[in-house]
Design a protein around this ligand. Structure first.
Ligand SMILES: [Zn+2]
Length: 103
């Protein structure tokens, strides 16, 4: 079942619409403020074309060399390396993830 996501241009929040049938038409609206001024956006889990090359680079095994999965400090070091590749936003997310997992 396809999930369509729309971003409200009034409050910038995202509303998701689950379609039961692919032929079904949706009349999108903002579920947060009721505005019909919404823009279809791509699902957040999809990878933008421009990021594919960066992801490829992340799959380079050399980045994970020296990673000890049993050692939280080693994981954090590798995550920081990954964060540098993907940008600060991603790096911070990973840092939080590692902290949660190790506590
Ligand atoms: Zn809204």
């Amino acid at each position: 079942m396809p999930i369509y996501e729309y971003q409200c241009s009034a409050c910038e929040k995202v509303s998701s619409f689950l379609l039961l049938k692919t032929s079904e038409e949706v009349e999108p609206y903002c579920k947060h403020c009721g505005s019909k001024c919404v823009t279809r956006i791509l699902s957040r889990i999809s990878v933008p074309k421009s990021d594919e090359k960066r992801i490829d680079r992340l799959l380079d095994p050399s980045i994970f060399s020296g990673l000890d999965e049993e050692d939280p400090a080693s994981i954090e070091k590798t995550m920081k390396k990954l964060g540098k590749e993907l940008g600060d936003e991603f790096g911070e997310g990973c840092g939080d993830y590692v902290k949660e997992e190790s506590s």
